[in-house]
Design a protein around this ligand. Structure first.
Ligand SMILES: O=C(O)CCC(=O)C(=O)O
Ligand SMILES: [Fe+2]
Length: 248
């Protein structure tokens, strides 16, 4: 269940000041950020996200589907953010990641993002974000079901599941119910785990999540005290194209 997180602070914040300004200038030229309707809204009740979003590159279907433009039509702010994030990732992980999707999220005072994991099908191992403006607190907890959501359930092995289940029961102070040894689909138990730890992210910081982070943990952005923008880079493989290639 290993995952790794890197929290990086820039030596100088001037770059972040300029980029924060650039985002706001670009957002005036064309309307970038929209508050999207939640996909899981109950019928007839339009509910919108607790933040504004704008997507570039591959489509990203998380709790809602934000406006997406191709990478080559990126506004300058997004291209600059992507370059900076790619450079920090290269220096930190000593490997280059060809990010093909950048989700920019804008939060007004009091907005946040609920607990979720970045569960897009085909999501690569490295998710890296650059934070601008108001500070934010990111909380982590164990997912209530490993591999749930858009992941393929079979991506979680029985051994991994048992490991997660032990850990979750200990955290929730629940005694471990007996698990049917024969069951081939053990993903039945739901436990809501407490927050494990929080990270305070500042203007200009880059935060990198790698490994099993998305499969076993979820994160939230608590309600922010002021205006904030976060640009998150991901690599999303076209799993359907890949499946077709390997079949032929
Ligand atoms: O606002 C952030 O720093 C992270 C946002 C996030 O978790 C996401 O876009 O999935
Ligand atoms: Fe996320």
């Amino acid at each position: 269940m290993k995952c790794k997180l890197y929290h990086l602070h820039p030596e100088k914040r001037a770059f972040a000041d300029d980029l924060f300004h650039q985002y706001q200038t670009d957002a005036q030229v064309s309307e970038l950020f929209v508050r999207c309707r939640l996909q899981s809204s109950p019928h007839g009740h339009a509910q919108v996200n607790r933040h504004f979003a704008f997507n570039v590159g591959e489509t990203y279907n998380y709790s809602s589907i934000p406006t997406t433009v191709p990478l080559e039509d990126s506004p300058p702010c997004v291209s600059v953010a992507k370059n900076e994030i790619s450079n920090v990732v290269l220096r930190t992980l000593r490997c280059s990641v060809e990010f093909n999707q950048v989700l920019s999220v804008a939060y007004m005072e009091g907005m946040g993002m609920k607990f979720h994991s970045d569960g897009e099908v085909g999501l690569g191992d490295v998710v890296a974000s650059l934070s601008l403006g108001s500070p934010a607190r990111m909380s982590f907890r164990l997912r209530n079901k490993p591999g749930k959501g858009t992941f393929d359930h079979s991506a979680v092995t029985r051994e991994e599941y048992e490991h997660w289940f032990d850990h979750a029961c200990r955290l929730c102070r629940k005694s471990k119910p007996r698990v049917d040894e024969e069951s081939s689909t053990p993903l039945q138990t739901e436990l809501v785990c407490p927050t494990l730890f929080t990270v305070d992210i500042q203007h200009g910081d880059v935060f990198i999540m790698i490994g099993n982070t998305q499969r076993f943990y979820e994160h939230e952005i608590e309600r922010v005290p002021g205006f904030r923008i976060a640009a998150t880079c991901r690599r999303i493989e076209d799993v359907h194209a890949h499946a077709n290639r390997t079949q032929s």
